[in-house]
Design a protein around this ligand. Structure first.
Ligand code: CU
Length: 493
């Protein structure tokens, strides 16, 4: 046998090193997201002692007559009875096979057999009731109503607001669709797994009185189904029928885990809403593209030209929607990047940003080696952000690296105050999901007006599953449910 040359030995060593290094990376990764799960955690009291520092703020905790803390359980905080029109839906989660229009078929988990699930469309002010059934998803499912402000018990987070719904079981959600806008829903049990497998859908709350006029509307949901990008469930381009000269509202939903860049060619357009919240006097954007963090929604308003098409393209997926008829537009090679920092017009003196806050918190989103962290900690090790009803809370969110981190808060809408020290000078911007990129720092204002236990996490669900997830908890709110391997409630796995 021929002796290995020195060069050959070196390359064998390198190969062995690469294999070993790869094994360590993959092993750590699976240990991190699969194995390192707590046995049992009460998300209502985790690290309570070191968390709130509310005593330092001199904030009173709600107490009963006998001096004890007035406690309320999340699952008992329900929607008040109302006379609002009732809209009822059924969602049944089940394993199925989806025939994709690229000729392939995929094993998926779907609501009502559809990927994405059925579009739920209601009107502002409606009472919405959704009966969730689980046919055969063994680890259980929930539905979280992303962006909707609703009572704690209806938030759909396994181990916080409910137990995961096991096969054969049922859970009924009920809430009022308070704010019109573009939303979506997805399972919040093992979310990184279940959203990827298809348990998601559109939720559109139509306004009673629309602030904007348009002739047509359509929505584009972009998702990654087991890694394959789809737009409205299709691997092909989407077509929106619209007559020349007509005005169209396009609701874009980024339900994938990655930041997407969306371009519009063939017409100038306005971004009229972000995360379901209208912008004030949005200006015309000509030759602009915009970035959407995972979980975010952007509503566009545009006019179809007399001749030719408009193309709304998602760069990340390579998928696009065409509107109108005729020839394709010229695709711009040098679009500017949209920023909401100075877009639109301020509303009035009344909406001026607040200067003093009852509580100030900072969160630094980062990644060390293979763990995603908030303030250097992961998972349930991160102390919850403690607030009390009525508090005005300022949160400074810093992205220290490890990728884009779209920061999502449940149960609330926050107002963005500044980016990198620059106060917003245009329209007020209200979001439930804020895209942060490396080196960016944002200040946001949250009004604590919805008592409960609320998750706050990166909406790159892989990052959340690797630890970038914490709680925004009200003093005195508890939960009878537990997160952990014992109960099987693993909201971010
Ligand atoms: Cu992230």
């Amino acid at each position: 046998m021929r002796k290995l040359s020195r060069k050959g030995k070196v390359s064998l060593n390198v190969l062995a090193f690469i294999i070993l290094f790869g094994a360590v990376i993959i092993g750590t990764y699976f240990w991190q997201i699969r194995m390192q799960k707590p046995l049992e955690v009460d998300m209502g009291v985790m690290h309570h002692g070191e968390a709130g520092s509310n005593h330092a703020h001199g904030v009173a905790i709600p107490v009963t007559n006998n001096g004890a803390l007035a406690m309320r359980a999340c699952n008992e905080i329900i929607a008040e009875a109302s006379e609002a029109p009732l809209r009822e839906f059924r969602l049944t989660a089940a394993q199925t096979v989806k025939e994709l229009d690229n000729g392939k078929s995929a094993k998926v988990w779907a609501f009502n057999g559809l990927v994405p699930g059925p579009e739920l469309r209601v009107t502002e002010g409606d009472r919405v009731r959704i009966v969730l059934n689980n046919k055969d998803i063994n680890e259980g499912v929930t539905v979280h109503w992303h962006g909707i402000v609703l009572p704690c018990s209806q938030d759909g987070v396994a181990g916080v607001s409910q137990n995961a719904v096991k096969p054969g079981e049922q859970f009924t959600y009920e809430f009022e669709a308070g704010y019109p806008g573009t939303y979506w829903y997805h399972s919040h049990q093992a979310s990184s797994e279940q959203v990827k497998k298809g348990l998601l859908g559109k939720l559109i709350v139509e306004p009673k009185n629309d602030a904007f006029d348009y002739d047509e509307e359509d929505s584009l949901l972009i998702q990654q189904l087991n890694g394959t990008y789809l737009m409205n469930g299709s691997t092909k381009d989407w077509n929106i029928e619209a007559a020349p000269g007509s005005t169209v509202r396009v609701r874009v939903i980024n339900a994938a885990n990655e930041t997407d860049t969306v371009s519009v060619n063939g017409a100038a357009y306005r971004i009229i809403a972000m995360d379901g919240h209208d912008l004030n006097e949005p200006g015309l954007l000509d030759n602009y593209e915009f970035q959407m963090g995972a979980g975010q929604r952007y509503d566009l308003l545009l006019q179809i030209p007399q001749q030719g098409k408009v193309i709304v393209a998602s760069k990340k997926s390579g998928l696009k929607a065409t509107l109108g008829t005729g020839s394709d537009p010229v695709i711009s090679s040098d679009p500017s990047l949209f920023s909401f920092v100075d877009y639109g017009k301020p509303v009035s003196d009344k909406s001026k940003a607040r200067l003093s806050f009852d509580r100030n918190y900072s969160v630094t989103l980062d990644q060390n080696l293979f763990v995603n962290t908030i303030n250097g900690k992961s998972f349930h090790e991160i102390p919850p952000m403690m607030v009390e009803e009525g508090d005005h809370v300022k949160i400074t969110i810093t992205n220290a690296g490890g990728g884009d981190h779209p920061f999502h808060l449940h149960g609330h809408v926050f107002r963005v105050l500044s980016r990198n020290g620059q106060p917003l000078s245009g329209s007020p911007v209200y979001l439930d999901t804020l895209l942060t990129q490396k080196g960016e720092a944002f200040e946001v204002h949250v009004i604590a007006d919805n008592p409960g236990l609320w998750m706050m996490h990166c909406h790159d669900l892989m990052h959340a599953s690797m630890g970038m997830s914490m709680m925004f908890n009200y003093e005195g709110v508890t939960t009878p449910y537990r997160v952990g391997t014992k109960s099987g409630n693993l909201p971010d796995l």
